[in-house]
Design a protein around this ligand. Sequence first.
Ligand SMILES: Cc1cc2nc3c(=O)[nH]c(=O)nc-3n(C[C@H](O)[C@H](O)[C@H](O)COP(=O)(O)OP(=O)(O)OC[C@H]3O[C@@H](n4cnc5c(N)ncnc54)[C@H](O)[C@@H]3O)c2cc1C
Length: 291
Amino acid sequence: MYPSRFSYDAPTTVAEAIDLLRRAGGEAKVLAGGQSLVPMMKLRFASPEMLVDINNIPGLAYHSADPDGTYRIGALCRHEDLEKDAELVTQQPTIAAAAPVIADPIVRTRGTVVGSLCHADPQGDWASVMSALGGSIVAEGPSGRRSIQCAEFVNGPFQNLLEFDELAIEAFVPPPVGARSGGYLKLERRIGDFATVGVAVSVESSGDQVTRAGIGLTGVGPSTICAEAAAELLVGQDLNPETIHRAAELASEISQPRSDHRGSAAYKRHVVATFVTRILSSLELATREAA
Ligand SMILES: Cc1cc2nc3c(=O)[nH]c(=O)nc-3n(C[C@H](O)[C@H](O)[C@H](O)COP(=O)(O)OP(=O)(O)OC[C@H]3O[C@@H](n4cnc5c(N)ncnc54)[C@H](O)[C@@H]3O)c2cc1C
């Protein structure tokens, strides 16, 4: 199917993009990598009157750490940019684990992390990862900039908290409290598929004590689930097998999977618990080795 008729503009500044969005009064869509928006338009699930293509705006393709450890991902940073950054494995292990399992290499070349967060697909991987990391989105509109926690940014399937005249400028992860470790595991029917179940874990620690933790679940609810009780249970602990087992149980209990052609709800809950256990157990080794 062809998309509905639309007009197209490719501004070269953020201010110009915001002005185009404002003047379109909610009838425009931002075009980043186009990997979700274009298929939606071809299926006529989305029929914007105007596309505001941000790809000609310089200075949005970064991913870098500030001196204080805040890690920033600009609106035009592609999945592939993160996949190819070898330093991320130690600096941002949860992000490094997720980047190579997003979609397929073609999608990863064009699709953006920020676009994925804005798209708010319940099966999107980045929302779980960024929620686990305590990340935020920076939005800019006619009245300036504001930050929105990723855990709150997605307020339903394919819905986010952006106003129609706001552009998401970047996503950022705050500096860790101590050393950072973590991982992302994804069950998919075949390579390149969306998650049947995905689990993101982030652990910050000092010595063998967890100082902060986050657990995000993909594909097992109407939108991303933050397993807060499971993560809080880890704080102040040393990741012993009993604590890991209880955290896995709590994460599984809060998941809300539906039975479908990918598996029964009970099976998916079991996978959540298994993934939480696997990731945390691998970190237990790391913290014990470091101690
Ligand atoms: C075959 C296929 C497989 C896929 N598999 C996966 C997968 O396994 N896991 C996964 O997480 N994703 C998957 N995706 C989605 C992919 O990751 C997309 O890249 C991503 O969801 C959207 O990023 P984008 O830059 O392409 O955004 P676009 O398609 O350009 O935009 C998506 C939405 O976000 C809005 N938007 C984008 N950027 C901004 C911004 N800066 N400010 C405000 N609004 C903005 C757009 O207006 C639109 O509504 C898959 C896609 C395809 C086609």
